[in-house]
Write a protein that binds this ligand. Sequence first.
Ligand code: PLP
Length: 493
Amino acid sequence: MRYLSTRGYAADQSHSGPTFSEILLAGLAPDGGLYLPESYPRVGQDELDAWRSLPYPVLAFQVLSRFIDDVPADDLLQLLERTYTAEVYCHGRNPAQAADITPLRWLQAPDPVHDEGGLALLELSNGPTLAFKDMAMQLLGQLFEYTLAKRCEEINILGATSGDTGSSAEYAMRGKAGIRVFMLSPHQRMSAFQRAQMYSLTDANIFNIAVRGMFDDAQDIVKAVSNDHAFKARYKIGAVNSINWARVAAQVVYYFKGYFAATGGRNGQNNRLVDFAVPSGNFGNICAGHIARMMGLPIGRLVLATNENDVLDEFFRTGVYRPRATSETFATSSPSMDISKASNFERFVFDLVGRDPAIVRELWAKVDAGGAFDLSGTPFLARLPEFGFVSGASTHADRLTTIRQTCERYGVIVDTHTADALKVAEAWRRTDAPMVVLETALPVKFEETIVEALGRHPERPAALQGIENLPQRVTVLDVDVAAVKRFIESHTG
Ligand SMILES: *Cc1c(COP(=O)(O)O)cnc(C)c1O
């Protein structure tokens, strides 16, 4: 399997494109585009039947070996068996199901006579940081360590976080050979729980830096350090951001797993359609759903849900993609979806415009210049139904109502992001297909809003009780690029 860029790199060269391992540690393609496989591997009915009852790591092997053909099969399977274990994914509502990795929980079972309809949660948040980002990041940790060892190389991962991504990266990379993590966070701006999650890690390769400023200040420092090309090369600075192809690929697997679980009932027909609802920000999660569908998994609709930051909902309703300025981006109670532009969206648009890199270059010339594009007058917009996408948006008031109703009706407490997806999913439910809502975080991560909705605290997984009392290790620095560089210099080599 070779890879190409959405803006043409590799496809327009006489030589063949890079392999999976060659793009694993890379960010953007050299032309500024995003990497995608040259073509999507197709999965037939025979394979779907054979994969139905596989344990998670073996299913992951079947799916991912179609995208990763430059890692020996035995090694890949071993990496996956080390990644997706019951010990790592033990924080769910029902620890007895931990070996399922992503258990499906029916809120409303399909009609038992006709095996129709139904509403379910696919639990993607039972990993160490209680958010779905662990699903991909944990595999990235294994793949990085493996690949770096083969090449006798090292990497220093530098990032900025307001909470979720940073902790997920640290838990995935802790103790890994050849990898150090330098994670910047805004001093005294994260919740006590988030601080405890990150700062209580004592692994020698994890460095928490709290900067006396806001998240944007931390982000700007990361950009400044990465733009110093000499420093970047000398200290082997890398990133684990959401455009990383391996992260998207790892997420394709649970659409298969969720599909099988939702159609495995007594009357389950093999080829029936399942709809998925996805709380979306950077379009990484739902992009994986799109790829699973392109591979031939019988997904009916992909229901994209946003919060008040509705850039993507606007596109799927009108054909206009208008990234917002930071000043136009709202801070909401589903903060991991507070984005102004969707960094993975270019991947879908590439497919939508018939994989024509010239068109993508033209559209993103406008976006990169701070503008917008409009597909409403073009034949491309008419093709949207072919790809199954529909959308909707949700507000803080909607989240409170949904959390309350879900608790009353089904006895389940959901987090704020999952609530956004549940709200939009209700609008698109139909009787002839089950609706699977992806649960992207556990409610304990967003306690404040749960208390606002229900007047009580959500339950905390046993392993995380009292983490606020553990000793913490963090270095506090001023908003000062030179100070961060000095810190990196003195903690490497
Ligand atoms: C990152 C995140 C999302 C958004 O996922 P994308 O892949 O960026 O669309 C949704 N919910 C939670 C809890 C997240 O951490």
